[in-house]
Design a protein around this ligand. Structure first.
Ligand SMILES: [Zn+2]
Length: 229
């Protein structure tokens, strides 16, 4: 679904992928669960571009629902992968960071490994780096949901790729659900930092991307997350 001419939302079922469309190349934000490569290829075909034009895959964190099809999409397209050093450590092992209740974590660790990618395909990024995407995509360390979590913000378009630092449900914007959050305090601080950007579009990892929220909506969550003085 087209959010704007250069930003497409790909509904991966259990998580979202985003395709950024620019003349000089395509960029994918997150790679969805395993077996989502066709979803990406179909989206590329629909806009009359070719898979080899996908030059970058940006990964917010190494959970299986965000990195599951990374290896497959990379192999088809030859794209470079952009991820933090902490995320890269998991991507090369095909492992998700630990942050779930023990029974869920057990299932993920045992049955939901994903195909790893080789380290030389990954360009590591860190807080403050700016990727040459959408006129400048700023890398923001946003730990909490997982320790390796990063978000990506485009100031000129007001688009925030929030990963799992923020999600939407029934039109409401929420922080990472406590049950699947590694560090609550860090997650609250990360969410506050992202809300302070006053993003016009929140391209979140789960739930419909939000662009109809008001400043009051953002402020309400901001106040809820701020510790009482
Ligand atoms: Zn997720």
């Amino acid at each position: 679904m087209e959010l704007s001419p250069n930003l497409h939302w790909l509904d991966g079922g259990s998580s979202n992928l985003y395709l950024i469309v620019e003349d000089d190349g395509l960029t994918l934000v997150d790679a969805g669960m395993p077996k989502r490569q066709q979803l990406v290829l179909d989206a590329i075909q629909q806009i009359n571009r070719s898979p080899s034009e996908l030059t970058r895959i940006v990964v917010t964190h190494a959970d299986v629902d965000h990195a599951g099809s990374l290896a497959a999409i990379q192999e088809i397209t030859g794209a470079k992968i952009f991820a933090s050093a902490a995320t890269a450590e998991f991507l090369v092992q095909g492992k998700s960071p630990k942050h779930l209740p023990w029974h869920m974590q057990f299932v993920v660790d045992k049955f939901m490994r994903y195909k790893p990618v080789s380290a030389d395909l990954i360009e590591t990024v860190q807080e403050g780096d700016i990727l040459p995407v959408l006129g400048g995509l700023t890398v923001m360390a946003t730990p909490g949901h997982t320790p390796d979590h990063h978000a990506f913000f485009c100031p000129s378009a007001g688009v925030l790729f929030a990963g799992d630092a923020l999600n939407t449900r029934d039109g409401r914007i929420n922080p990472s659900p406590p049950r699947v959050t590694a560090d609550q305090e860090a997650a609250a601080q990360s969410a506050i930092r992202l809300l302070e950007l006053a993003p016009a579009t929140i391209a979140c990892g789960h739930g419909r991307p939000s662009s109809s929220h008001s400043a009051d909506d953002l402020m309400a969550l901001f106040n809820q997350l701020r510790k009482p003085a």
